[in-house]
Design a protein around this ligand. Sequence first.
Ligand code: HEM
Length: 197
Amino acid sequence: MSTEALWYLARGSGVVSLILFTVVVALGIGTRSGRPFAGMNRLVVASVHRSAALLALVFLVTHVVTLLFDPYAQLSLINVLLPFGSGYRPFWVGLGTLALDLALAVTVTSLLRDRIGQRAWRAVHWLAYAMWPIALVHGIGSGTDRGTAWLLAIDAVCVLAVAAVAVSTHPMFTQRNRTTTTSVPTPVLTSIGREQR
Ligand code: HEM
């Protein structure tokens, strides 16, 4: 593969990874109340959340590995794991490294969730809220395409999507919805999964 093709792949996979992490965060926020979200029940949301996270990681690994072969960025394996040490745009690229470290922590603890317990898992999982904006800012500041209208538009859609889900599923908002619809009986799931009224 030519270095130009690798360069396109690095940028493309970075953008796809960011979009997928946006979906992951939006689904995570959407399901925090335990209620159905976007027409999917909680278990389906959790499953899509997990699959999207794994796919986002695949694109993230592609992004990083291709950049290791990029003669312009000249990244080393250390730059990929330890933030703010790269010769190329150290601050902006360092944010990408930080996001990667946080993504790894969230992923590893999720895979070990049964062993480490719910409390520790949840404490680390909060880091996802920091990881996503850090990755977003990294993308805005690091890339060849920074400042281009299409990349800024993608970033804006990502921010709006997460903000819309956060607001529409906020307890304050859903609480108000519930009090205005108390006359309508709401189906609930029992512990054995059957619908009751
Ligand atoms: C969650 C983690 C990450 C995400 C979502 C992400 C996403 C992005 C995005 C969207 C861009 C802009 C691409 C463009 O301008 O077309 C970018 C650029 C870049 N990223 Fe990442 N990145 C992440 C982690 C990393 C890591 C760990 C490194 C390596 C240390 C890294 C190094 C770079 C470099 C060097 C560029 C500039 C590429 C170029 O324009 O030639 N990124 N990244």
